[in-house]
Design a protein around this ligand. Structure first.
Ligand code: NAP
Ligand code: MG
Length: 400
């Protein structure tokens, strides 16, 4: 059979460790037999980031902007231990941070539900999607170590040269200090993408922040969401029979736990980082969470929500068999291919993406899965069979 083709390339961002291995296997076993893949390839593996002084990460971000669709493998965010391990020239910033700063936007993370994997919170019968603001706050902050007694102030210099000073703290000895920011433009884009996503999914939107403590900073988020909702989305929400609600983040957490799911939960950058890992684990496994960054100018970057699974990689390198779950990475690829199919009105490509997801889910539901799922899988009459990563991919391929 002829392979499925499409016009415009997808930006392909290769990554690190175990997910780098899975990446090549997914292409070889599941995609390339059916699709004539056309990608612009960027190797974001730590070795190549170091060789290019991290230029490759910026080029990859720009490529997603230019091509409109990207798919990214998990990557190492180096720390001091990695600096030694990889003999790096310097400590590079998080590639996700760099790319999100280029694209702006919101990250939507939704659990991949399969029959037989019950969430730890049994009332969660519907998926909960986290909408994580992907720009600014602590991810683009200036971190300062204060060594001695010191007076810290914020200095804001306006375009006309006027200076405003705000006291922060009088240090008597050592300490730490952080300056962070966000912009009305980015917060507005965050709000609009959440309202649009909620309308599209026909699900309520909840937004939680901490404006009781952070009156100006989080207060600005709350106000922008309220203004945009009132002026642009209220009528459409009423028509769709869905609601928008602002709640304090701590109250939001408590209410989400007691809910049956089925809502979009908008979170500021840091809250979304933390809460999406909690949610993914509570829904069964970090490896069953899909993730897409939607930028305000309509670019899409698909990735898995988990990391490079270092512990499994060391076992793989030592020649041991590993059973690392490739599902979120498969869904990153299916998401990117479906989006490219949509931008080119390419039914064959969209159909392939749908089939790939269906085959992945039905393989698990018929009892074939990786180790992380096998220990929590429960379905009448089915004894889960733990496969290694490659055999699991082959099982999906034969279903496909
Ligand atoms: P991780 O790679 O997500 O793995 C944490 C643990 O979760 C694993 O040891 C494994 O548990 C389980 N796990 C995660 N994904 C799995 C999968 N696909 N299949 C089976 N089990 C899975 O997080 P980490 O160990 O904290 O971080 C490793 C590296 O990833 C770090 O260098 C970090 O910088 C990077 N990272 C990258 C991204 C990204 O690029 N988006 C995100 C997070 C972290 P068991 O060991 O118990 O089997
Ligand atoms: Mg995280």
């Amino acid at each position: 059979m002829a392979k499925i083709t499409y016009e415009k390339p997808i930006a392909e961002l290769q990554g690190d460790e175990m997910t780098r291995i899975l990446w090549d296997w997914i292409k070889e076993i599941l995609i390339e037999p059916k699709v004539a893949l056309k990608t612009e390839y960027y190797d974001l593996g730590l070795v190549h980031r170091d060789e290019t002084d991290d230029e490759v990460t910026k080029e990859a971000g720009e490529a997603i902007k230019r091509l409109g669709v990207g798919v990214k493998c998990a990557t190492i965010t180096p720390n001091n231990q990695r600096l030694e391990e990889y003999k790096l020239k310097r400590l590079y910033p998080s590639p996700n941070g760099t790319i999100r700063a280029i694209l702006d936007g919101t990250v939507f993370r939704t659990p991949i539900l399969v029959k037989g994997i019950t969430p730890y919170i049994p009332t969660w019968t519907k998926p909960i999607t986290i909408a994580r603001h992907a720009y600014g706050d602590v991810y683009k902050a200036t971190d300062v170590r204060v060594e001695n007694a010191a007076k810290a102030e914020l200095l804001v210099t306006e375009a006309d040269g006027r200076e405003k000073r705000y006291p922060v703290f009088d240090f008597e000895g050592g300490g730490v200090l952080q300056g962070m920011h966000n912009t009305d433009k980015s917060i507005s884009a965050f709000a609009r993408s959440c309202f649009n996503f909620a309308l599209d999914a026909k699900q309520d939107l909840w937004f939680g922040a901490k404006d009781t403590i952070s009156k100006v900073y989080d207060g600005r988020f709350k106000a922008i969401f309220a203004e945009i909702f009132e002026s642009e989305f209220k009528a459409a929400f009423e028509k769709a029979g869905i609601k928008y609600e602002y709640t304090l983040i701590d109250d939001c957490v408590a209410r989400v736990v007691r809910s049956s799911g089925g809502m979009i939960w908008a979170c500021k950058n840091y809250d979304g980082d933390v809460m999406s890992d909690m949610l993914a684990t509570a829904f069964g496994s970090l490896a069953m969470m899909s993730s897409v960054l939607v930028s305000p100018d309509g670019n899409f970057e698909y990735e898995a929500a988990h990391g490079t699974v270092t512990r499994h990689y060391y076992k793989y390198r030592a020649g041991e068999e590993t059973s690392t779950n490739p599902v979120a990475t498969i869904f990153a690829w299916s998401g990117a291919l479906r989006k490219r199919g949509e931008t080119e009105n390419n039914k064959a490509l969209i159909g392939f993406a749908d089939d790939l997801e269906r085959a992945t889910i039905s393989t698990i539901e018929s009892g074939y899965m990786t180790g992380d799922l096998a220990i929590i899988f429960k379905a009448d009459g089915i004894t889960p069979k733990k496969l290694n990563s490659r055999d699991f991919l082959e099982a999906i391929a034969s279903d496909l």
